[in-house]
Design a protein around this ligand. Structure first.
Ligand code: GKR
Ligand code: MG
Length: 428
C-alpha cells in the first residue's frame, strides 16, 4: 500500500467510453431488448498514478451529463466523495442546454444528480481502495458475507432477434419454456432464488409460469415483476392466486397509491424499483404502507455510500432490502457485490442480468468475478478488485460506434417489429 491519502491526491482527468454488448430479445412490459445494450465506462485518473473505474447507463442524454460532470471534477480529492457530489450537482444545475432526463430503461423519477454522481463515486472508492491497499467492501464498513447470492432472472424471449439465427437460449414464451430456461440457469449458475420478468402475456398465463416453477423447484424462493403492467384489481387477483408461492410481488401496479391498495388486500410483501426510486419517494411510500421491500441500485441511488444510507433508512422503518439490476458489465457487478457484501440488512438474493451477456464480451479482465452456488465471491484485491481489459473496452466501443444505437428503446424496437404495439401501464 502507498502512503498517499486524502489531501495528497487529486483527480487529473476523466475518460468516458460508451460501449455496446450483444443482448438477446428479452421481452418486458414496455417492449423488447434491442440487439445491443449500451453502457458507459468511466475511468477517473489521478496524479497519484492510480485510475478508478465506474460503469453506468450509455444513453445519449446521460452521456452528455456525465461529460459535463467530468469537467467539474478536475482537481478534486477522490477521498472527498461529498466534494464530488456537490461539484456534480453544481455542474448539472448550471447547465440549461440538456433537455429530457437521459435515463435508461423504465425507471423515470430517479434523481438526475444521484444518477450522474454514481460512476464517479464508485471510481473514487476504487481509487481510495487501490491507494490504501484495501477492498471497497472494507471502505464501506467491511464485508459481512464472503459471497453475495443472486437470483436467476428469467425472461420471456423470442428464439432470436428477427432476421437473425436462434440464440443459444432459444424461445421461452410459455410456462414450459420458462421452466426450461430456469433449469439451464439453475444448473449453470446454481441460483438459489428465481425472478420472472412479467407484464408480457396475459397475467394468468404468467401466474401459471410461476406455479410451474414452484412445481419444478419446490425449495426456491420465487418473485414476479410485471413492471406495473397490472391494474389494482388484476394485481389483487393474481396476488391472491400466488399467496404462499411468492417471496415477494414486485411492482404489480403503477404508483404509490395503487401499490398501497394492493398491499392492503394481498397477504404478501410488495417490492419496488419503480415507485420508490429516490430519497424523495421514501416518506410518502412509507406513510401509505405501499411497499415492504425496496430494491436498491447504486446506479440511480447515487453510488455505494448513498445506497448504504438507503439501507439505514430501510432498517429504521422495518423495510426489507433487495437489489435491482439492468443489463450490465463487470465493473457494475463488482460494485454491486462490494455494496451487497457490506450491507448487513440485505435480506434477499440480488437481481442480475449477467447470464444474458455473452461470456466473451466484457471490459474487465476475466478471473475475479464468477458464480458458484448462485453467488459471487467478494473480490479481495485493492479497490473494486478488478482490472480494465483494454482490448475488451476497445472492442465494445467499436461495437457501439458500429451498431448505431444511441439510447435504449425497447418500445420503438417492438413497434418496428409489430407496428400495432402500444405502450400501456397498466395494460391489464
Ligand atoms: O431488463 O427488461 C429489463 C428489466 O425489465 C429492467 O429494465 C428493469 O429495470 O430489471 C428491472 C426491474 O426489475 O424492473
Ligand atoms: Mg423491478
Amino acid at each position: 500500500p502507498s502512503a498517499v491519502h486524502s489531501g495528497q491526491v487529486a483527480i487529473t482527468g476523466v475518460t468516458i467510453t460508451p460501449v455496446a454488448f450483444a443482448d438477446p430479445p428479452l421481452l418486458n412490459a414496455v417492449g423488447v431488448h434491442e440487439p445491443f445494450a449500451l453502457r458507459a465506462i468511466v475511468q477517473v485518473h489521478t496524479d497519484a498514478g492510480v485510475t478508478g473505474l465506474g460503469e453506468t447507463y450509455g444513453d445519449e442524454g446521460h452521456l452528455a451529463r456525465l461529460r459535463l460532470a467530468a469537467q467539474a471534477l478536475a482537481g478534486a480529492d477522490p477521498f472527498s466523495t461529498n466534494e464530488l457530489r456537490s461539484r456534480v450537482a453544481r455542474a448539472l444545475v448550471a447547465d440549461t442546454t440538456l433537455g429530457g432526463h437521459g435515463m435508461s430503461g423504465m425507471v423515470t423519477g430517479s434523481s438526475t444528480a444521484d444518477r450522474v454522481l454514481s460512476p464517479f463515486e464508485v471510481a473514487a472508492l476504487d481509487i481510495q481502495g487501490r491507494l490504501l491497499g484495501v477492498p471497497v467492501s472494507t471502505l464501506l464498513g467491511g464485508a459481512v458475507r464472503e459471497a453475495v447470492p443472486f437470483s436467476g432472472y428469467l425472461f420471456y424471449k423470442w428464439a432470436g432477434h428477427p432476421g437473425h439465427a436462434e440464440d443459444s437460449w432459444g424461445e421461452a414464451l410459455d410456462p414450459a419454456g420458462i421452466v426450461a430456461q430456469a433449469r439451464t440457469m439453475v444448473d449453470g449458475y446454481g441460483f438459489t432464488a428465481l425472478k420472472l420478468k412479467a407484464g408480457v402475456f396475459d397475467p394468468d398465463a404468467e401466474a401459471e409460469a410461476i406455479e410451474a416453477l414452484r412445481a419444478e423447484f419446490p425449495g426456491l424462493p420465487l418473485r414476479i415483476d410485471p413492471n406495473a403492467a397490472w391494474g389494482v384489481e388484476t394485481s389483487v387477483r393474481i396476488g391472491k392466486r400466488l399467496e404462499g408461492v411468492l417471496e415477494y410481488l414486485e411492482d404489480p401496479t403503477p404508483g404509490i397509491a395503487g401499490m398501497a391498495e394492493v398491499r392492503r388486500r394481498v397477504e404478501m410483501p410488495l417490492a419496488t424499483n419503480m415507485c420508490v426510486v429516490s430519497f424523495n419517494d421514501l416518506p410518502p411510500a412509507i406513510a401509505a404502507g405501499a411497499v415492504d421491500v425496496v430494491l436498491s441500485d447504486h446506479h440511480f441511488w447515487g453510488g455505494l455510500r448513498r445506497s448504504q444510507t438507503l439501507g439505514g433508512i430501510a432498517e429504521t422503518f422495518g423495510l426489507g432490502l433487495s437489489m435491482h439490476s439492468n443489463s450490465h458489465l463487470g465493473i457494475s457487478l463488482a460494485a454491486m457485490v462490494h455494496l451487497a457484501a457490506a450491507t448487513p440488512n440485505l435480506d434477499y438474493a440480488c437481481d442480475t442480468h449477467w447470464p444474458w451477456k455473452n461470456a466473451d464480451e466484457d471490459i474487465v479482465v476475466p478471473g475475479v468475478l464468477g458464480f458458484r452456488d448462485g453467488a459471487v465471491a467478494v473480490p479481495t484485491g485493492p479497490g473494486l478488485g478488478i482490472e480494465l481489459d483494454q482490448d475488451g473496452l476497445e472492442k465494445l466501443h467499436r461495437q457501439y460506434l458500429d451498431c448505431g444505437l444511441r439510447s435504449r428503446d425497447d418500445t420503438g424496437y417492438m413497434q418496428r417489429i409489430h407496428p400495432g404495439y402500444e405502450l400501456r401501464s397498466p395494460r391489464w
